[in-house]
Design a protein around this ligand. Structure first.
Ligand SMILES: *Cc1c(COP(=O)(O)O)cnc(C)c1O
Length: 394
């Protein structure tokens, strides 16, 4: 099982770079240069320094005893919510900002769903003095208003995406259109393990620090590997990072939670793996939700970060090869899991992360299992949704 793509960007049959001719120069420049830059000692030293001193890495691997007791198993939370700006997104944003600088870019564009990637990108741009434009679905701008405010305060321009369902997929379309119009000075800082080659590989490598740390931390404490490693999957960046260094360890089971929305068969979900078929979305061949004649189906999830009709090519490959199990988790199950973590452990998780937590209820772990869950982000941005769901708003 290969965690890196071949020279053309394929993981098995998934991946590649399916792009309009006008994007060739931008994508080709990246393809030809990215590995040499990010594998250089100079780059690695600079990146590591920022991860440690600016983000606050390493993040804790926390033994959640109350949660463990409730499910009669052993639960460890990888606390990506404790990164500066509150999610795993910052690992990738910092890495790509350094990469953009080395390529001589001065203008950064990005898409965002929940707003976490927009905030991470705006933060990295402020730090390095780069111009920043964020595309965000109009619907998401409303449901994640606090993050819009943060981006503006950080000096970014937030441009609403007003087509389609006005959510993440539409924001990606607008960002790609911008990149076509600005081929020389602009870097498109993609926030998930999606897009044309080499983006899925770039994002997986920058996020792989998560599994590198889990492996070290678990080994130091227990002298062994965990039995299960779990994460939620929207496009797949936190999951790629959480799984990366375990892909070649067949005894470690990998499980991902995708957004089941109102139910996989309700017509309102983002359960890409359960419902998807092979097709091309945003420059790469992968599994996506589409009609018989290839129209992308509008996704639904209560969590803006999982509200995406596709899945990264690495995950499509791992799942088809049976190395990765992908389970749909509904809005309701995620809300319940978020409430439970908050009340049992005093940790308020992002709605996205709550989908991974909900697997504890459905996967029947035993007292011999050692289960690591990636807590991809904190839940402050979702407070309004939580207060409404639990009638705490009066
Ligand atoms: C964006 C986001 C996700 C989903 O994106 P992936 O690329 O699938 O990781 C999950 N959790 C949080 C907290 C996010 O901000």
């Amino acid at each position: 099982m290969n965690k890196n793509p071949d020279n053309f960007g394929y993981y098995g049959e998934f991946g590649g770079a399916y792009i309009p001719e006008m994007l060739y120069p931008n994508v080709k420049e990246l393809q030809e240069n990215y590995l040499e830059i990010i594998e250089s000692e100079e780059f690695k030293t600079e990146f590591k320094d920022l991860l440690q001193h600016y983000l606050g890495r390493s993040t804790p691997l926390y033994h959640a005893k109350n949660l463990s007791q409730k499910y009669q198993t052993n639960v460890y939370l990888k606390r990506e919510d404790l990164n500066h700006t509150g999610s795993h997104k910052m690992n990738n944003a910092l890495g790509q900002i350094l990469l953009a600088e080395k390529l001589g870019k001065t203008r950064i564009i990005a898409e965002t769903g929940a707003g976490q990637h927009g905030v991470a990108t705006a933060t990295a741009c402020a730090l390095r003095g780069l111009k920043c434009i964020i595309y965000m679905g109009e619907v998401d701008m409303k449901r994640q208003a606090p993050n819009v405010a943060r981006m503006k305060m950080l000096g970014a321009e937030v441009r609403p995406a007003t087509s389609g369902s006005k959510t993440l997929k539409d924001a990606v379309n607008e960002a790609l259109a911008d990149w076509i119009s600005n081929p020389t000075d602009t870097h498109y800082l993609i926030g998930s393990a999606v897009g044309p080659h080499p983006f899925p590989d770039i994002v997986a490598r920058f996020q792989s620090v998560i599994s590198e740390e889990i492996k070290d931390q678990f080994h130091q404490q227990f002298g062994r590997q965990p039995t299960h490693v779990m994460a939620c999957v929207g496009g797949g960046s936190n999951a790629a990072g959480t799984f990366y260094h375990f892909i070649d360890e067949p005894q470690v089971e990998l499980i991902a939670a995708e957004a089941g929305g109102l139910g996989v068969n309700s017509g309102k979900s983002a359960a890409t793996y359960q419902l998807g078929s092979i097709g091309i979305l945003h420059g790469s061949k992968s599994l996506l939700m589409q009609t018989k004649d290839g129209q992308v189906v509008e996704p639904h999830s209560i969590s803006a970060g999982l509200d995406y009709p596709g899945i990264g090519p690495l995950h499509a490959h791992l799942a088809t090869e049976k190395r990765l199990k992908i389970v749909a988790v509904t809005d309701e199950q995620a809300l319940k899991a978020a409430h439970e973590l908050t009340r049992l452990e005093g940790i308020l998780p992002a709605l996205e992360s709550a989908h991974a937590l909900a697997l504890l209820e459905t996967q029947n772990f035993t007292s011999n299992d050692q289960v690591v869950i990636c807590l991809s982000g904190r839940g402050d941005k979702d407070l309004e949704t939580y207060l409404n769901a639990f009638n705490l708003n009066s």
